[in-house]
Design a protein around this ligand. Structure first.
Ligand SMILES: NC(=O)c1ccc[n+]([C@@H]2O[C@H](COP(=O)([O-])OP(=O)(O)OC[C@H]3O[C@@H](n4cnc5c(N)ncnc54)[C@H](O)[C@@H]3O)[C@@H](O)[C@H]2O)c1
Length: 419
């Protein structure tokens, strides 16, 4: 990232502004694609489901095409549309910038906002590269001294089943942890998918790895409360080396190619399609992680299983309202996997804000719940479930980096070597 100073500054100091704990929270969102839609829905509905200390004001949405962004803004409830993110990040009328652009833009946008005293909520992976992530972490540390906060959208933490599993581990119900078994499998990256930004290392950093392993590394760290001490081995592969150039980015992850009209023009994919690695944790557990976009038949299969001395759980996002639980403290004859519906208000985090028991939640609710937690934190309160900031997300980024080095050099990588 080329580090540029923003020209316009806030008229009031960041400290003075962030001390208004009950005033409106004015949000500008950068990026109007898949995440732009998920986040717009969240900013729009969080105040309806949750009793928020700071009323939300959807100040502006920002995209690369002004006419399309203005249309998007009208559709999703933003007061205005813009194509000028540099003005928005330091606009005194904006309290928080929500970054949902491709990965290579996260650092420049987030650092500019933090330096201008604007809170930042940034999509995952925190950045495409460790260098960018480090700039973001350092800017966040500096800004935090003036009361400016950073947040990262690791949304799966806020799925009630995962948040509840976190509480089970924390309360000691699993005892000593032996295994973490995590995989995030998708199949939209088949050879007919064109060369969208997600296959270009300059924009994405990495492929399935940064996109999907970032989520399960964060989930593993969050669920165990432990940190990876070493990436023991890693393997990556780019199965589809050339892809058709993109005709239209569109709102789908895949975009569209020329669809066979005329002669196909192709370009080189510069990211992994799959990356698998093994890890050791500081507390003594071992873990396996697998991310792929070509696991045919697995559409969005984010799974994690943790085995402890006293019990185990399994989660599969395709059945996101359920947690499989094995209680090893029961007498052997009674032991078995039980299916917990994580839809009980007062027991399972966030459910109180939504529907009666067993009226399941969906993908969008974790984002709505994250907005509620961000709002609470910016009012001086605590999130319902711990929230990753840039310092926390930097640790996930270090593990991503260690796995890349391990695959490249075919060697174990102790985390102490990745700064
Ligand atoms: N948390 C999750 O589960 C999840 C899921 C998907 C994507 N993501 C992350 O969200 C981010 C965005 O992904 P997406 O799927 O929404 O991508 P997308 O391609 O659908 O959308 C990207 C948006 O960025 C905008 N953009 C690009 N350059 C811009 C600029 N200079 N100024 C303003 N806007 C600009 C584009 O107009 C587009 O609207 C990525 O970091 C991705 O990894 C997270």
């Amino acid at each position: 990232m080329a580090k540029k100073k923003t020209t316009r500054r806030r008229s009031t100091s960041a400290t003075a502004r962030s001390s208004k704990k009950t005033s409106e929270l004015r949000v500008a969102m950068l990026g109007t694609g898949f995440m732009g839609r998920a986040h717009s829905n969240a900013w729009r509905s969080a105040g309806t489901f949750f009793n928020l200390p700071r009323p939300l004001m959807m100040h502006s949405a920002c995209g690369s095409n002004l006419a399309e962004t203005e249309k998007f803004a009208r559709q999703w409830g933003w007061a205005s549309g813009s194509d000028d993110w540099k003005s928005l990040v330091c606009d005194p009328e904006v309290d928080l910038v929500d970054v949902c652009t491709p990965n290579h833009l996260h650092a420049e946008m987030s650092v500019a906002a933090l330096e201008a005293g604007t809170h930042v909520a940034c999509e995952k992976p925190m950045a495409g590269t460790l260098d960018d992530a480090r700039l973001m972490r350092d800017a966040a540390k500096k800004a935090a001294r003036k009361g400016v906060q950073s947040f990262v959208w690791f949304n799966y933490r806020r799925v009630p089943a995962i948040a509840y599993a976190h509480q089970l581990v924390k309360s000691g119900r699993l005892g000593r942890i032996f295994h973490v078994r995590a995989s995030y499998l998708q199949d939209w990256g088949h050879p007919d998918t064109p060369l969208v930004w997600r296959f270009q290392s300059k924009k994405a950093g990495s492929g399935a790895h940064g996109d999907l392993n970032a989520h399960i590394i964060d989930m593993a760290r969050f669920l165990t409360g432990d940190e990876v001490s070493e990436v023991v081995g890693s393997v990556q592969e780019t199965f589809v080396k050339q892809r058709e150039l993109v005709e239209q980015a569109g709102s789908a992850i895949k975009g569209t190619g020329s669809g066979g009209r005329g002669r196909k023009r192709t370009g080189k994919s510069t990211v992994d399609d799959a990356l698998l690695f093994l890890a050791r944790f500081k507390g003594g557990a071992i873990g396996s992680f697998e991310a792929t976009r070509v696991a045919t038949g697995n559409l969005n299969r984010n799974t994690i299983e943790i085995n402890g001395e006293l019990g185990s759980f399994k989660f599969d996002f395709e059945r996101m309202n359920e947690l499989q639980w094995w209680d090893h403290t029961l007498e052997p004859g009674l032991r078995g996997w039980s299916r917990i519906m994580c839809t009980e208000a007062g027991e399972h985090p966030y459910v109180h804000a939504y529907w009666p028991a067993a009226h399941g939640l969906g993908y969008e609710h974790a984002f709505v719940s994250q907005v509620a937690d961000i709002d609470r934190m910016l009012a001086g309160g605590k999130p319902e479930v711990p929230m990753p900031d840039f310092v926390d997300a930097f640790e996930t980024q270090r593990v991503l980096e260690a796995a890349v080095i391990s695959a490249r050099d075919r060697t174990p990588v102790p985390m102490s070597q990745v700064k």
